[in-house]
Design a protein around this ligand. Structure first.
Ligand code: CP
Ligand code: NVA
Length: 301
């Protein structure tokens, strides 16, 4: 049984296959209209979502499957039923569950039971579906991933972690520009070191973006961090993607954002509007890559 909790769950060949298949789905929305016939997928949300919810919903519909999208507060798990018992019950009704949760540990418990395929639709630690869509977007932009330097400017949180773990498969170089006190998680750093991923950590964003092919940012205040909002907005001020910072980068640099963007905080209107074609392509590619992920989960590719 396959699960996708992080990009560590993929072999290099799975990563490549999923990206290629995502590109094929992008070229033809009707590529596999019956692939999920007789399959039911459940989406379970502890946090809000636009892209993940809609892209998985449309992906399942366009592949002939059935979909049930739920908020966890609507279920008994929201008032104390155990994750283990909930998983056992889900396994008796549906074929796959995508979960967006505050606690990555819950995903480990669910997938550890091996009763139903589990996909991480964003946890406090990883966002593998986003990472796959991002690398697909870079391939479509004509990048040779092995020769690509991605400068992530902002907090090394879930989105950064998946981008960085993607480099285990893609061979891309990673720069991180983050304030002191916001280090890379030791577990992620260890995986990168073990596989000789070229990683450089900067406190100066201009130094991080200087030779980069891609600049990536994410919100300064992730879901669940709202209480720290004021402090974070102050600490991350120097890490905003604005025209001044972009003027330090190569003129052909690509700018990426997982969205939702907080215009005027981590990215200005001006940068967001200029680089909208790449950023909204990332969002579009969530749909195409979810199809490839579901095919991988069900061992169809
Ligand atoms: N990027 C992303 O996961 O967006 P949503 O939170 O809207 O799903
Ligand atoms: N880091 C953000 C990503 C949202 C898609 C969060 O966790 O809220």
């Amino acid at each position: 049984m396959r699960h996708l909790l992080s990009l560590l769950d993929l072999k290099d060949e799975d990563f490549t296959r999923i990206l290629q298949r995502g590109i094929e789905h992008g070229k033809n929305r009707k590529l596999a209209p019956k692939a999920l016939e007789n399959k039911t997928v459940t989406l379970l949300f502890e946090k809000t979502s636009t892209r993940t919810r809609l892209s998985f919903s449309v992906a399942v519909m366009e592949m002939g499957g059935h979909l049930i999208a739920l908020e966890s507060q609507m279920l008994q798990v929201g008032r104390g039923e155990s994750v283990e018992d909930t998983t056992e019950v889900l396994a008796r009704y549906v074929d796959c569950v995508m979960v967006r949760t505050h606690s990555h540990r819950k995903l480990e418990v669910m997938s550890g039971l091996d009763r139903i395929s589990v996909i991480n639709g964003l946890s406090d630690r990883h966002h593998p579906c986003q990472g796959l869509a991002d690398y697909m977007t870079l391939l479509e932009a004509g990048k040779d991933l092995k020769k690509t330097t991605i400068a992530f400017v902002g907090e090394p949180n879930n989105v950064f972690n998946s981008l960085a773990l993607g480099a285990l498969h893609s061979g891309s170089r990673i720069h991180l520009a983050a304030p002191e006190g916001y280090p890379i998680r030791p577990g992620i750093r260890d995986h990168l070191r073990k596989r000789n991923v070229q990683l450089e950590v900067f406190h100066d964003p201009a130094a991080a973006v200087k030779d980069a092919d891609v600049i990536y940012t994410d919100t300064w205040v992730s879901m669940g961090q709202e209480e720290e909002a004021e402090e974070r907005k102050a600490v991350f001020q120097p890490y905003r993607l604005d025209d001044q910072l972009l003027s330090q980068a190569r003129s052909d640099v690509l700018v990426m954002h997982c969205l939702p963007a907080h215009r005027g905080e981590e990215i200005t209107d001006s940068v967001m509007d200029l680089h909208g074609p790449t950023i909204f392509k990332q969002a579009e590619n969530r749909l195409h890559i979810q199809k490839a992920i579901l095919e991988w989960i069900f061992e169809l590719i």
